[in-house]
Design a protein around this ligand. Sequence first.
Ligand SMILES: [Zn+2]
Length: 348
Amino acid sequence: MLMHPYNELRLDLKIKAVSPLLIKESRYGQADRERLTADTKKREVMPNVIPISRATQAEIDRAVMNPNPFTAVEAMPFYLPAASLRGVCRSHLERVLRTFDNPEDPRICDPFEDALNNPTLSCSTALTERRKTDAEFHPYRHSCPVCRLFGSTLQASRIGFSDGERVGKTGRLVQREHVRIDRRKGSVTGAPLKFLALEDAEFTFTITLSNFELSHLVLMGVMLGNLKGGNLTFGSGRSKGYGRVALAGSAIHLRYFGLEAPADRILRGVAEHTDPRWSKWFQERYGVQSTSPEKLVALERGDWKQETPWRWELPIALADFEAAWPKLSLNLAGAKPLADRLVAQAHG
Ligand SMILES: [Zn+2]
């Protein structure tokens, strides 16, 4: 992780579930139904899948055993775990970047690939392997653009997600029944499965990007644009049409850390640090490429406000952010080919 805090982008987002949203409660499944009762008639009344909440195990057990489980489950404190939001965002950006990638010489790793001879080998495995013979290198330098942002085994993440908190009692719990298919025979079997999910519910969450590179702002812009366009889906049952969300609100804040207020509204990543000693340090240590001054992009509006003696904050309207980020470069071509990660080079 970078020791010296320079910049930060904070996105406070509100999403609304426009189709049933279901992040499954892992503490309640078939084994729990069997644990709770041996009475098959009673089990038929119980739901099969419920959304994740902060209820205790005892509260979950009581709710599903209630003679009217729907009403009892409806009262539970639902939320969206940060890890789920992060996972959706990461895999979405991986997919988008792969469409620009060169399959012959890929630059975006597959975080689940651990075969050393596979060109899309994950950065976690590749860099762990490299560490065996090269103790000196900095993982950030050799990580693919997605791992630079989301982190890997050897590299802390630069992007943080909060849990998604339900806005009041927005939306409602809905029940959907799904037939069970016998995989061997291909025929319908047993009683339909009862899925409880949330519809029209609104959730707020925060994404914080610390010590970003300018290309990370492009990734956030792409993510926001796709969220707005309804192209990000969350949770289970996506093939059944679940998990579609709309962007229902946003507040964006840019922060810089330093004694003096920034002199302008130019977007600067760590490599464009206004102090040339620091920009050089970031570039040399982390292998970050800097953007030439004439290609830098300034925000149209906004005033810096001092939050604490070292922290300056500027609110950015969504429209201004949308106008600014497409002028920045993703510079995917400037990223190192993945094949280079395994080979130790003189500069480490
Ligand atoms: Zn990677």
